[in-house]
Design a protein around this ligand. Sequence first.
Ligand SMILES: *[C@@H]1O[C@H](CO)[C@@H](O)[C@H](O)[C@H]1NC(C)=O
Length: 547
Amino acid sequence: MWRIYSFSVFLLIIVFSTCCSSVNETVFVNTDKTKFKILSIFGYLGKSHFDVFKPLLEELAYRGHEITVISYFPRTKNAKMKKPLPNYKDIDLVDPKIGVYVNKIDLQQISHSFRPFNELFLLKSLADVACNVTLRNPAIKELLRSDEKFDVILTENFNTDCFLGFIHHFKTPYLTVSSHQITPWTNEDMGNEDNPSYIPNIFLGLTRPMNFLNRMKNTMTVLFFKAFYEYWIRPDDQVIANKVFGPDLPKLKKIAQQSSALLVNIHSSLHGSRPQLPNVVEIGGIHIPSKINPLPKDIVEFLDSAHDGALLLSLGSMIKATTMPQKKLDAIMKVLTSIPRKVIWKWEVDDLPHKMDNVMTRKWLPQFDVMNHPNIKCYLGHGGLLGVSEAVYVGLPMILIPIYGDQFHNAAAVKTRGTAVELSFNDLSEQSLRHALDACFNNTSYRENAQRLSKAYRDRPATPLETAVWWTEYVARGNGNPYLRSEGADLPWYQYHLIDVALVLITVSTALIYIFFRLIKLLLSSLLSAVKGKAGSQAGKKSKKKD
Ligand SMILES: *[C@@H]1O[C@H](CO)[C@@H](O)[C@H](O)[C@H]1NC(C)=O
């Protein structure tokens, strides 16, 4: 009896102490529902974009959310074996006739004259394909006929709004993810500051700070791209979306403005400091794995023996190696054989025209794992954001040869930080490449800057993956747009820039200054005439006296 009594007192104490300690605590966490149904739509066919989204989607499933992923990149058998995720449901869009965008870019057709304009046409044609092909997929029609309900929708922020029809259809809060720097029209939709006087836009390769000419170019490009998106890309997307989602679909711009958050694959240490709205969140480097995998044996042996250091050469997943102009390929090979370093080269063709003793080529390379080998001293890439972010993370100096898209912007960003040499593809020659390699290997300032940048890039309050997961859950809990939408975004341009206020202030102050001077003039002239009058009458008296 006594034992039972003492035990229940003990229990009471425990209950009491836990209840009261929790009463005293105020904690900033949400105690709502914790498992969500998530729909994610990624209708663009580029693999390098999906590589940014994949870790987030998998992590959400891993944490117990139920996630449906519409994309061209379903989880492979191998991935499912390694990490089974029963909550991750793929809706596979792949059409074997079309395939996905890998090794697509033809270097013979690259022209860098009028580049931003070519870029715009490319974006437009990619948007047309993504909307037309993706939205016509039978799997999409089936999903639209179902009566599924979701807590949150996650979709890509890039070159089209046609997928925003799903937001209207499911009446669900949503957020977007951008695999690159924010586009000018997205800044406009969200009301995010993008003052071209000091924030270089994604379409040009401008280093910071900008001189007068570059500020001019930057301003015109931002205005031009916003207008073209609004009046050319968006109306076409609206037509396609109306066909799929019905004629009562609101204006896509209206839906775009309801985004609760934008997760962006950039980081201020790399792309520069700039004001962001609280719901524009940097998740730069989210794709970087938390652990380094051991390298294949032959690669380890090759790199271990590179006592004077090695170069990693990789132009990413989009560029078709066989289209490299022969003259440029000859120059590259000639220089690479002549340097006292080893070279590991990702090259999609079986054999190089001739064998080079210090060069190893592979059709595919575990790029991040290779970068982490201590003998890799320099990375030669094309400026794609995945490779650049990995090199920044590892602290490697780089040589970048931008080809298209945001690669010029990324190259300029690392150049500003003093960790990269930029090489123009048009001017790629024996001499320019040798010069760049000498800088990358022999000029210690690049390495020192790279190490410093790496330290700042890794130092964050939470990992980019944790940050992205938190924001997705936050929006799923129903928080977001109602509290975070910037009022600035809804103002007409002349109010946003205070043109109306400035006009009134200038007019009123000009009027006041005018009135002030008129008054002074009036006063002076009446004073003057009074003095004159007095002088005149005295002179009159004097002359009278003379008479
Ligand atoms: C770096 O300097 C060494 C020694 O002067 C030289 O042999 C080498 O060619 C230079 N460049 C590279 C890319 O290693």
